[in-house]
Design a protein around this ligand. Sequence first.
Ligand SMILES: [Zn+2]
Length: 261
Amino acid sequence: MRNRGCAVRLRALPLMGGAAMTLTLFAPPDASAVKFGKRTLKPHMRGKDVRVLQRSLTRLKLPTAVDGAYGKLTWKNVRRLERRRAWRRDGIVQRKQAKRIKRLIAEHRARKLARRRAAAGNYVFPVADPHNFGGASARFGAPRSGHRHQGQDIFAPCGTPIDAATAGVVKVRAYQAKGAGYYLVIGGADGTDTVYMHMKKASWAPVGTPTYPGQQIGRVGATGSASGCHLHFEHWTAPGWYSGGYPYDPLPELLAWDSYS
Ligand SMILES: [Zn+2]
């Protein structure tokens, strides 16, 4: 067996901020699964698109609990953003304003990525959003039934984007029900391979796709043998994954890349 996954329960995510996380986990099911920007959002509405709005506000330095309910704080922060950008100040997010917010997020992400790439050299941390490294059982070498853990687990909410850590080419895109779930192996330009497991669904990138550092390749999930959403990350020496290389403890370098993310 290549990897039997990570039988690690989802721990509290200290970096998420307790209150926000609790709300996210225990909020009632979405009243609506409408895509952000498809309808006008205003106070008292609920839905997935309200969550996207709240996450966007938080990224734009207006911390907002991501609970999917357009409450007072969401309204206040929408007004703050409107004031800041000199948009019409009504606390309502029309489709046009949603488009502007999406553009701001894209610019924000591009700037952040440029900083990460400049600072970290050839590698970037594979999860740009809040995350943590779990406990002892999430570490490289932790005992698993019949083998040892070959990577480091990075815990983040389901659906968090996973980015390629380095430039390279997709070498393997596959699914393993009793192990890795949906996973991807990137053959790096430096000859080492990085491996990304338990993705929410199959990566959009087929074998042969060139990748650049920070390029989104999938989303955090819990497919295969995983309890709780996390990215299982492996780094293999050249010539790579099951082709003569061996996996090593990636935590020190992950911490170094993370300090720039
Ligand atoms: Zn793992």
